[in-house]
Design a binder for this molecule. Structure first.
Ligand code: UDP
Length: 244
């Protein structure tokens, strides 16, 4: 485990993360505890600095993966480099591939009405053997108890929650014991991407670590979120200098 501004980030690669999450789900089937997975980006680190509850749930999580170029940049700068990004949308795809192979079921909870179903249809095309235990949209505040009961009834091995950060993290932490799922993971706007509602940055841009720029161009309303980035970078640089 490494720390970025004191916030936990695990060092696992994508392959290792997929294996760990599969193991948590299989362990739950055998009576083990469920586990929450957090994919953390610089915005999440920044929020956690000012939010003790968020920081604690990150500490207690079964796995915290490095989502975003800004985490890799910080890890490098702090002398604890990470091998690769483990983003929510990539994890979703890889976990579905592994679930189809190993017979695990998944549940898609989040995004606007119909998007999770559309994402599920796409996933079924890619992984015909994938067991989709259920889908629901992420606007269930007035029917929260039913939404939780529906997941618990479906008893998925893996629950993907695409409710936006940090709401999805807090919601999963608060309800993990009622959801009757093995592993629960917050995946932000991933269903929108999988459903084809939002186009992901081309690979060459991802390799240049400029996916964030693509997302900003696609949705200029996101600019506010990026305001924290210069502050994050300054804080990391300060920490790196202090470490030397
Ligand atoms: N969303 C939701 N319920 C809510 C608020 C948001 O399901 O109450 C969904 C929203 O439709 C979108 C996702 O959460 O699909 C947030 O996507 P974003 O790319 O903003 O993810 P973040 O970076 O915030 O995790």
């Amino acid at each position: 485990m490494i720390r970025v501004l004191g916030v936990r980030v695990d060092e696992y690669t994508m392959d290792e993360s997929v294996k760990i999450i599969g193991d948590i789900a299989d362990d739950f089937r055998r009576g083990g505890a469920p586990g929450q997975v957090v994919t953390i980006n610089p915005e999440g680190v920044w929020l956690a600095l000012g939010d003790a509850g968020l920081r604690q749930l990150i500490e207690r999580a079964a796995l915290v993966t490095a989502d975003g170029a800004g985490i890799l940049w910080a890890a490098q700068k702090l002398g604890t480099p990470l091998a690769e990004r483990v983003t929510g949308v990539d994890l979703l795809q890889r976990l579905c591939a592994a679930a189809a192979r190993d017979g695990r079921s998944v549940y898609l909870l989040g995004s606007a009405a119909g998007v999770a179903e559309q994402a599920a249809a796409r996933l079924r095309e890619s992984y015909p053997r994938l067991r989709i235990a259920g889908c629901d949209n992420g606007y269930f505040r007035e029917r929260e108890a039913q939404a939780i009961a529906a997941v618990a009834q479906a008893a998925p091995d893996i629950l993907f929650a695409g409710l936006g950060m940090p709401y999805q993290e807090k919601w999963l932490a608060a309800h993990l014991s009622e959801l009757n799922c093995g592993a629960a993971i917050g995946v932000g706007g991933s269903f929108d991407v999988v459903a084809g509602q939002v186009r992901r940055a081309p690979l060459w841009l991802q390799k240049l670590r400029l996916e964030w720029l693509w997302r900003l161009a696609a949705d200029p309303k996101r600019w506010r979120r990026y305001l924290t980035i210069p502050r994050y970078m300054r804080a990391v640089s300060r920490e790196a200098r202090a470490k030397k």
